[in-house]
Each structure stands twice: as C-alpha cells, then as structure tokens.
Design a protein around this ligand. Structure first.
Ligand code: MEV
Length: 339
C-alpha cells in the first residue's frame, strides 16, 4: 500500500456580493471566491495528537476525544473530530497553516482555513484517496460553528467550490454562475477599513434589529431575495450600471439594520462622490471590507483616493477556483480540485 507522507490543500477567500445577513434568515445570497488563499500542509507525525503551527495563532497540540474544547485551536479540534468519524482513526499529524487573507475583514479567512485544514487532514487520513467534498464541507462546518456560532454555511460553500454561487441556507448551492466581470467595462475594488470585527457579534446585532420589526421582517427578507436575483440578472446581462445601483441599495438596507460602520460609510460616500457605479459593505460588516464597483477607466483614480484616506485596497480577481488538494503519495503527486 502507498504510504502518504504529506497532503497540502489551499482554498480561496470570498466576498459576498449581495445577501449577507439576510442569508442567515432564509434569503438567497450571491458570493464569489477571491484570489487570496490560505494553505495547510499536513504531515504524518510520530507523537500522539495533532500539532497546528500557524504564524497567526502560534503552535499547539491537541488530542481528540475530550468532552469539550477551549482555546483558539478548537476550530481545528472540531473539524478533526468530524474527520476521524469518517476515516476511523485519529492519525497523528503536524499541520502548517499559512494565509494571505486578512482576519476579521469579511473575506472568509476562517472559512478558508477551515476548508484547507479539513481537506489536508482528511486527505492525509485517507491516504490521498476517496476524498469526498461533502466530508470536507461537514468538517469545515464544525470549525465554522465554533468560530461563528450560527453560520449560514455560505462562506464554506463558496471557498470549497469556487467561482460565483447563489446559496440558500438548508439547500446549499442553488445556482452556479459562469459569467464574471472580467470582460466588462467595470472592476471590483475590495477596500479594507482595517477594523477587525466578530462575525458572531454582527450576526447577533443584525438579528436583534430585524426581530424588532416583527412580521415586517419577512417582507425585508423577501426584498433581499429579490435583490439577489436582480443582481444575478445584471451580472448575467453584464449590465454594470444596474448592478452598481443594486449594490448601493443592498448597502443601504444593511446599514439600516445596524451592521455598517463610519469607515464603511466613508468608503460608500466616497464611491458616490467620485461617480463609482456602486459600493456596499461585504461580509458581516461593522468594520471589515467594502466592495466598490468602478468603471475600469476610473478605478486607478479611486484606488488612489482610498489609499490617501488610509484604506488598503485589494484588486483581487473574483470567481477563482475553490479547494485544491495535493498529496505526495510515495513521491507521486495526486491532485484533486474543488471546482
Ligand atoms: C459572513 O461572511 C456572512 C454572514 O451572512 C454570516 C453567515 O452567512 O453565516 C454575515
């Protein structure tokens, strides 16, 4: 039998184009994978337990089978526990985690690491064979539940599968979209406020503000659903003016439900003042990042304006491939892609 020594996996970041927060309450949302990535490399180890080495979280070793888990490593603990249920043994391993994705910025940093780690450790346990994306997804959901409490699952779905997806809680991916903005007159800038925030707290605040509206909240969830389908239609038709107007509308609703931040408002206001096609917060909000849709010819000027205000700007490609796994099986590489 082939001896697997190492398995590596990488997964992208994500942006939610429309429908964040509403997706927790049943609306469809549109998300895209973004070309910043996390990478995890798992190697078989001699000692007991699983060691995680991360530049951001430090180094820690845990053994599975405890009643509960406490500490920053627990996302890894819960993901590994689910993997052991499907592969039958807790293989000792050392896993090295590395990521380009800013933390707490709404770009799916934890979902990306959850998927990369789950895939690399599952592949190691399985000897690089019979890898099921639904096992990766299930393990990554265990990780995300620990980090976010009550995630809709959209973040793990988009980083796992890549591209552009329409997602509904409980149903999963309900549509994949092949059109992108690459051959239009518009580009997307991802503008980072630099303010890290907790998705758990933002979801709780939005939910509380929505619940204050009583039965009227259903009308708003339906409106968010309609905005998602209008955005999908505009993307397919490559109608960037209409798409931009819908992004401003989507931002206005999120702001009214209390998940904006003065820095996000500054970004959206500057987009309007400079004639950008559209802008909105993306992800959980309350800090983090905003998307700005700009005419290609104006994008450089806008980028400079945001940088002069102290924001970091990413010009990342949208719709990139999802999970990629590579195992070194007795010196031969076995490659599996999520898309
Ligand atoms: C976070 O990226 C997206 C939210 O809608 C939370 C979720 O869907 O789990 C705010």
């Amino acid at each position: 039998m082939a001896i697997v020594e190492t398995c590596s996996a990488s997964a992208p970041a994500k942006v939610i184009i429309t429908g964040e927060h509403w997706v927790v309450h049943g609306s469809a949302a549109l998300a895209a994978a973004v070309g910043l990535r996390s990478r995890v490399k798992c190697m078989e180890a001699r000692g007991p337990g699983i060691t995680i080495k991360s530049l951001r979280l430090g180094s820690f070793t845990f053994t599975l089978g405890q009643d509960s888990c406490r500490g920053p490593h627990c996302g890894f603990y819960y993901a590994a526990s689910r993997i052991v249920e499907v592969c039958g043994e807790a293989k000792p391993a050392t896993c090295i985690v590395d990521s380009d994705i800013p933390i707490g910025a709404g770009l799916g940093s934890s979902a990306s690491v959850a998927v990369s780690f789950s895939a690399a450790y599952l592949a190691l346990c399985r000897g690089g064979k019979d890898l099921s994306l639904s096992d990766v997804s299930n393990a990554a959901s265990g990780f995300e539940k620990f980090v976010h409490g009550n995630p809709s699952g959209i973040d793990t779905a988009v980083v796992l599968h890549g591209g552009f997806i329409v997602y509904r809680r409980g149903e999963g991916i309900i549509m994949r979209i092949n059109e992108s903005l690459a051959d239009t007159d518009a580009v997307v800038l991802i503008v980072d406020t630099g303010i890290a925030r907790s998705t758990k707290e933002a979801v709780a605040a939005f939910t509380q503000n929505l619940s204050r509206l009583g039965s009227f909240s259903k009308i708003l969830v339906n409106l968010a659903e309609q905005i998602t389908w209008e955005v999908v239609g505009s993307l397919k038709a490559r109608d960037t003016k209409r798409l931009g107007s819908l992004l401003y509308l989507s931002h206005g609703l999120l702001s009214a439900l209390g998940v904006s931040h003065e820095k996000l408002e500054e970004i959206v206001q500057a987009a309007r003042a400079e004639g950008a096609l559209g802008a909105k917060l993306t992800g959980a909000g309350m800090g983090g990042t905003a998307l700005v849709l700009a005419a290609r010819e104006h994008s450089h000027r806008l980028e400079k304006i945001y940088e002069s205000k102290g924001f970091k700007v990413y010009k990342a490609t949208l719709g990139v491939p999802g999970l990629q796994i590579n195992c070194d099986v007795s010196g031969r590489a076995a490659m599996v892609e999520g898309t």
